[in-house]
Design a binder for this molecule. Structure first.
Ligand code: MG
Length: 359
């Protein structure tokens, strides 16, 4: 289909249709060929090659695919008496259900929701299928989790006969057709902005953030959009009167570093849209974990210690199975009121021994 429409890819005025994948010569709001409103246009559309792809409501989308009766129902994947929401479908999200929300709260917000407990084996399988399709586009695929990855499509134009932007759109259509779930894609010149872009118009989104607009775009965004600014650090910034990325853009590097150490340097660079991190396909599996949720509160240390021993053995078994070892042991504890506490300890040498992890 595309070959027939010899690509005017050097003309940035020419967008393309994300449904029939034809180039658009005019500036109409709908596709000249198929009438779809899903047109991609951007001055840098054919120059950018760094992408972030994220599946939409991944677990929920898979369950809906496998049971069409759920299609128009609010669906929550999660469970257990004490469980939290793993994924909510978009119908449930409209009613206020969010990931990581305690189940009882989710059901308060959306009492008619269908709840399914996660089938991780199935999700891992589908995640691998999606990843294999990504790896057919470029060897530079860096997974961030089961359902999202960075892709560097630089230099793939000859292989595909298409610019990266169109390859991405074609990929999204192929995933829908072959796997039966949807994805959102972000395209930019760096990882930081590609990831932000993919989150923009979910589901079935396709967003582009170009180099020329990066600083202006970032200026009006909240500091929490910066990778590494979590709740605690955001509170620190807020105490200092800093809320927007634009405020960071006005500060100089020395000042930021004096105030916030190495994080200050990151704030300086990312606030200006400077991110030189490369897509690294070997970054897979950075942690191995095991966890459990109690049906009732446990206050006895002896009981908790026994549970921790079991979890340490599980982690050890998983490390051994993957032939790897870990150096940082992290313990997470969620309290009755769903507050999360974490503690971590660095070992001198990597280990996979249950006893060492437990200690
Ligand atoms: Mg996702």
């Amino acid at each position: 289909m595309f070959a027939a429409m010899a690509a005017p890819v050097n003309n940035p005025d020419h967008g393309f249709c994300r449904d029939c994948l034809t180039f658009q010569r005019s500036q109409t709001r709908r596709c000249e060929r198929c009438g779809s409103p899903r047109l991609a246009r951007h001055p840098e559309l054919y120059r950018l090659h760094l992408a972030h792809i994220d599946c939409d409501a991944f677990y929920a989308a898979i369950e809906k695919r496998d049971n069409p009766a759920l299609k128009d129902k609010p669906l929550i994947i999660g469970g257990g008496k004490r469980g939290v929401v793993s994924t909510a479908c978009y119908i449930a999200r409209i009613q206020g259900v969010r990931s990581a929300m305690p189940m009882f709260k989710a059901l308060e917000a959306c009492p008619e929701a269908v709840v399914i407990s996660p089938n991780m084996e199935k999700y891992v399988r589908v995640g691998r299928e999606v990843r294999a399709m990504m790896q057919a586009l470029t060897p530079l695929v860096e997974p961030l989790s089961i359902d999202e990855a960075f892709l560097d499509l630089a230099g793939t134009e000859r292989l595909h006969g298409l610019p990266p932007a169109v390859v991405l759109a074609r990929f999204a259509l192929a995933v829908e057709k072959e796997i039966g779930i949807t994805v959102s894609a972000g395209l930019s010149y760096c990882k930081f902005l590609a990831k932000i872009a993919s989150d923009f118009r979910k589901p079935r989104g396709f967003s582009v953030i170009g180099e020329a607009e990066a600083v202006g775009f970032l200026a009006v965004q909240p500091v929490t959009m910066i990778w590494g600014v979590g709740k605690a650090f955001n509170a620190t910034l807020e105490r200092d009167g800093i809320r927007t990325i634009g405020q960071l853009q006005q500060m100089d590097r020395g000042d930021l570093m004096r105030r916030y150490g190495t994080m200050g340097d990151r704030l300086f660079r990312l606030s200006r849209g400077e991110d030189v991190r490369r897509v690294d396909p070997y970054q897979d599996a950075k942690s191995v974990s095991a966890e459990t949720t109690f049906d009732t509160d446990i206050a006895s240390l002896d009981e908790l210690v026994a549970v921790l021993r079991g979890l340490s053995e599980k982690v050890s078994a998983r490390l051994k199975k993957s032939g790897i070892a870990g150096r940082t042991v992290v313990l997470k504890l969620k309290t009755q009121d769903f507050k999360l506490r974490t503690r971590n300890r660095q070992l001198n040498d990597p280990t996979r021994l249950a006893d060492r992890i437990f200690q």
